[in-house]
Design a protein around this ligand. Sequence first.
Ligand code: NAP
Length: 245
Amino acid sequence: MTHPLALVTGASSGIGAATARALAAAGHEVVCAARRTDRIADLAAEIDGRAVTCDVTDPDAVAALAAEVGDRLDVLVNNAGGAYGLDPVATGDVEDWRAMYEVNVIGTLRVVQALLPSLVAAEGVIVNVGSIAGRTSYEGGAGYTAAKHALATMTETMRLELVDQPVRVTEIAPGMVQTEGFSLTRFKGDRERAEQVYAGVAEPLVADDIAEAITWMATRPRHVNIDLMVIKPRAQAAAHKVHRE
Ligand SMILES: NC(=O)c1ccc[n+]([C@@H]2O[C@H](COP(=O)([O-])OP(=O)(O)OC[C@H]3O[C@@H](n4cnc5c(N)ncnc54)[C@H](OP(=O)(O)O)[C@@H]3O)[C@@H](O)[C@H]2O)c1
């Protein structure tokens, strides 16, 4: 029996790894892509999937990923991404801004362009992992919120452009999710600062919460397009309005 095929980018950690596991549990063969080969190799072995080392900002690596996936793809989860820094616009690091745009937006663009024919051939679904940062602004966040706003508008535009094609285009926009890498990456390895983000929050979301939601979005019948799912912990009313005990 052939299983539906899914590709998850950024599958070496956090939301991506949890999503690869959840899609596998739901009956998919999963291609796990990320830069850290050892991690995705272990995950692929665990879920009986395939690992492909890929930096989504590298055109040759994305072309090789698409070749490995082949001419049919049922589910594409564009999850590779992240935030670098929390500086005000006035003093923000231009290279951080460029890197955030490169991974969250251009990386997604490259993967979508490479795999759209395979998704159309399989009547597949794209799930872009956006953020509430793509719907609102907060102090220090502009480099990241600008990139996730760009991803949100790219998702909406694709839905308009592809309305006559057998492919669905969706976005999940999580709020605070306590993952292995997100805040550590934002604060460039400063563990104490990273932990402060979740201090006193009784129950932030965890990667499995998002993975479950993505899997639900990806497994609706072919005529059902979940345009956008915004998902936050109960203790978070807005990006900057978090209840701490
Ligand atoms: N945590 C949150 O609060 C939150 C909220 C809303 C949205 N999000 C979004 O959710 C996604 C996953 O974040 P997370 O919280 O799970 O963080 P994470 O644990 O740091 O995971 C990030 C993943 O992205 C991969 N990645 C980063 N740059 C890449 C590149 N150039 N090419 C390929 N893969 C790359 C990383 O793998 P390698 O380093 O091995 O390449 C890693 O697997 C991101 O798009 C993030 O913006 C997170």
